[in-house]
Ligand binder design. Structure first.
Ligand SMILES: NC(=O)C1=CN([C@@H]2O[C@H](COP(=O)(O)OP(=O)(O)OC[C@H]3O[C@@H](n4cnc5c(N)ncnc54)[C@H](O)[C@@H]3O)[C@@H](O)[C@H]2O)C=CC1
Ligand SMILES: O=C(O)[C@@H]1CCC=N1
Length: 277
């Protein structure tokens, strides 16, 4: 992305910090980054760690920027947007929201209308540069702005566009919530191995390394996950017995149900947040 454009973050939490870290690792200048939040301790932490400019005044922060990233919780978004609306209606930056569940039309109306806006659904592995983000651009966003936002999110992992905003519910249920599904699997495997007598520290390290190794293989291999799974299953062996146990217990059906539950909750949240304001 262009190093001369200025980007402001409203909100100084985990996700803002991950994105800023990725941008700086990729050559973006700290002097062109502003961050605002009401909480001084969050701001000082970001200033000390990254050398970015900080303020407790959201309007002042938004005023500085060609791009404004809205990185606050969905519940405070209406108040934040309405507060900065007079500023951004004047300066007309590209707006980027990372909030779960808030539709682009709702955000745009809170911001006074007619602004270019990108919605992003990132995930927490962004904190270690291994994020997976789905992106949607409204009709006012230019090709150049899309390239710029994509490069920001590629600095902390993968960034893939969807062309229908409704698909962001599906992205939320997959990669937004997804890290928690794999953490659950880690918890359960670790517990089972510990129960069988393996030291907890050893069980955790082996489970984590196995998950990371399987993910790396799936990413690099020419085979699909089903084939990779079959490659581990010696006929009559241990893996076959375990996989049959998963299948007989309804694992696929359970994953489908959990995915649908997250998808439906994302749709519900969208409606609740839009109706409430
Ligand atoms: N944590 C996750 O897995 C994911 C989170 N998101 C979205 O990212 C957004 C941020 O989440 P986190 O960084 O995890 O939250 P966080 O709680 O770590 O950070 C929120 C930040 O907003 C600041 N803030 C609160 N009120 C404010 C106001 N009126 N004006 C300016 N700043 C204000 C807080 O001081 C804090 O710095 C949320 O909208 C969330 O939906 C999206 C995908 C995944
Ligand atoms: O659980 C949630 O609602 C948010 C969205 C994706 C991850 N965390």
């Amino acid at each position: 992305m262009s190093n001369s454009s200025t980007i402001s973050f409203i909100g100084a939490g985990n996700m803002a910090s991950a994105i800023i870290g990725g941008m700086l690792d990729n050559g973006y200048q700290a002097g062109n980054i502003w961050v605002s939040a009401p909480d001084d301790s969050h701001l000082q932490a970001l200033r000390d760690r990254f050398g970015v400019s900080v303020t407790t005044d959201n309007r002042h922060c938004a005023q500085q920027a060609d791009t404004v990233v809205l990185a606050v919780k969905p519940q405070v978004m209406a108040e934040v947007c309405r507060d900065i609306a007079p500023v951004v209606q004047n300066t007309r930056p590209l707006m980027v929201s990372i909030a779960a569940g808030l539709g682009s039309d709702t955000l745009d109306s809170w911001l006074g209308g007619g602004l270019p806006l990108v919605r992003v659904m990132p995930n927490t592995p962004s904190l270690v540069g291994k994020g997976a983000a789905g992106l949607f651009a409204n009709a006012a966003v230019t090709a150049e702005q899309k390239t710029m936002v994509q490069s920001v999110f590629e600095s902390i992992g993968s960034a893939l566009w969807v062309d229908d905003e409704e698909q962001l519910h599906g992205v939320t249920a997959l990669s937004g919530s997804g890290p928690a599904y794999f953490f659950l699997m880690l918890e359960a495997l670790e517990a089972a191995a510990t129960e069988a007598g393996i030291a907890p520290k050893t069980a955790r390290e082996l489970a984590i390394q196995t998950m990371a190794g399987a993910a790396e293989m799936a990413a690099r291999s020419e085979h699909d996950p089903a084939q990779l799974k079959r490659n581990v299953m010696s006929p009559g062996g241990t893996t076959e017995r375990a996989i049959n146990t998963f299948e007989d217990g309804g694992m696929r059906d359970l994953v489908q149900k959990a995915y649908n539950a997250a998808f439906e909750r994302s749709q519900e949240m969208s409606k609740e947040l839009a109706d409430k304001q």
